[in-house]
Design a protein around this ligand. Structure first.
Ligand code: SAH
Ligand code: SF4
Length: 423
């Protein structure tokens, strides 16, 4: 999401004649786009801001700006403790950046704009994209779900969707610029709604764009996944057989306390439906350990759901208390050691499951999009399967951006090894 927002910001600045500096030392303005979802993300930004401060001490005219969710969340603290930060802009204020830079050049006052909008979707602006395979396309912004652990509804504001016309136009442009894969993005991507046109309608519409080889999306909310969506995914060849299906926790008590709006059974039922309807589907998830009040039994239920579903991959987090959220008020927070110990057990289990899922592919021939040279050797390509797994294989005569049949020969950990069919 932040990569997409940074590309949008760069697009806004380029349109007004600003250019990207060759290196941070050549820059006359430095912006950091921030995430507030966990404490760890914020800590990284604080440390980076410290580096910027050192640059500013040498070159006092450099403009320093903090953009995005942390700006929204921590503006007062920044103004008080980090006076070297000149511009603080929330996620709905990026359009103002060129003007603010010009104002800042004229006048030495700090500039803060963190007003959230009910309408801003950045229509009509084209992000400046870097790599040539996958283009991130934001289709909706904000979140109305208010999970009790999550700061996003407070930093990003209310849900709003872009018009299908502007989304299609942006995708057509990205394809004419050489991108072959599109990932539709939103905090709750499948809550997309524009004048009665829903997420599945949009997915189908986008899949028809000529030249689009692969279509992905993230992050859907489990409560808004339905049979029609899954059926369209199964029936449409360029919509990838891959779904992010964020569990968060396995026990009904914790799910309720998280305000996740589904139960363990609902989740299991839909996970099964995903596997039944979409052959060869890859399912990834997000899981939080150590949410307030999580007992060992509750945690076991998370492991139990994992055992039943055997996700292909998982993003795993220790619960982090966030300001404004309801969960911060709970009086039964879990101590750090227990969180750490649970996280380690969870990661171990997920490793086993990833290996099991990957080994199922050994001997199969799958379609792989050639994406880049392997980090290990210049004789190998790396590419992704439709189900979102990385495969490494000898280069042969194929090129980047081609979709080719690869026979999977081995599965070690998260990466697959393969051989181009016919080679
Ligand atoms: N809208 C998406 C998630 C966006 S945030 C969804 O509902 O699934 C991405 C992930 O960060 C979440 O799925 C959750 O697992 C994690 N996360 C969010 N807030 C967190 C917190 N306070 N502590 C730990 N992990 C958190
Ligand atoms: Fe956060 Fe929940 Fe909204 Fe996802 S659905 S962004 S976890 S509040």
């Amino acid at each position: 999401m932040n990569v997409a927002d940074s590309e949008l910001i760069e697009g806004i600045l380029q349109k007004e004649g600003f250019l990207q500096a060759e290196s941070i030392n050549d820059a006359s303005a430095i912006f950091i786009n921030t995430c507030a979802v966990r404490d760890h993300a914020e800590a990284k930004v604080h440390s980076r801001l410290g580096n910027f401060n050192r640059i500013k001490k040498e070159k006092p005219d450099v403009i320093i700006g903090m953009l995005g969710c942390m700006a929204q969340n921590l503006k007062d603290e920044i103004l008080e403790n980090k006076p070297y930060v000149d511009i603080v802009l929330g996620p709905d204020s990026y359009r103002k950046l060129p003007n603010l830079i010009n104002n800042r050049l004229k006048d030495q006052k700090h500039i803060v704009d963190t007003k959230l909008s009910r309408f801003e979707v950045y229509d009509g602006l084209f992000p400046s994209r870097k790599e040539g395979i996958n283009a991130w396309v934001s289709i909706m912004r904000g979140c109305d779900k208010f999970c009790t652990f999550c700061i996003v509804p407070f930093t990003r504001g209310r849900e709003r969707s872009r018009s299908p016309e502007s989304i299609v136009q942006e995708i057509e442009q990205a394809i004419s610029n050489g991108f072959v894969e599109i990932t539709l993005l939103g905090q709750n991507v499948n809550s997309y709604k524009f004048n009665g046109f829903d997420f599945t309608d949009l997915l189908l519409e986008v899949s028809k764009i000529s030249g689009l080889e692969r279509l992905r999306y993230t992050s859907p909310h489990p409560s808004d996944v339905n049979e029609r969506l899954l059926q369209i995914m199964a029936d449409t060849p360029n919509i990838c057989n891959s779904i992010h299906f964020p569990l968060q926790a396995g026990s009904n008590k914790i799910l309720k306390r998280m305000n996740r709006t589904y139960t363990k059974d609902h989740f299991l039922h839909y996970a099964q439906m995903i596997r039944d309807i979409i052959p060869g589907v890859g399912i990834s998830t997000d899981i939080i350990v150590g949410f307030p009040g999580e007992t060992e039994e509750d945690f076991q239920e998370t492991l139990d759901v994992m055992d039943q579903i055997k996700f292909d991959s998982a993003f795993t987090f220790k619960y982090s208390s966030r300001p404004y959220t309801k969960a911060i008020e709970y009086d039964d927070h879990i101590n750090e050691d227990i969180k750490q110990e649970r996280l380690e057990r969870l990661i171990e289990l997920q490793k086993e499951h990833t290996l099991i899922r990957n080994q199922e592919l050994v001997g199969e021939t799958v379609k792989v999009l050639v994406e880049k040279e392997s980090k290990k050797s210049d004789k190998y390509w790396s590419g992704r399967t439709d189900s979102n797994k990385w495969v490494i294989f000898e280069k042969g005569k194929v090129n980047v951006k081609e979709i080719i049949p690869v026979r999977i020969t081995a599965a070690h950990g998260v990466t697959l090894r393969g051989q181009i069919e016919g080679n």
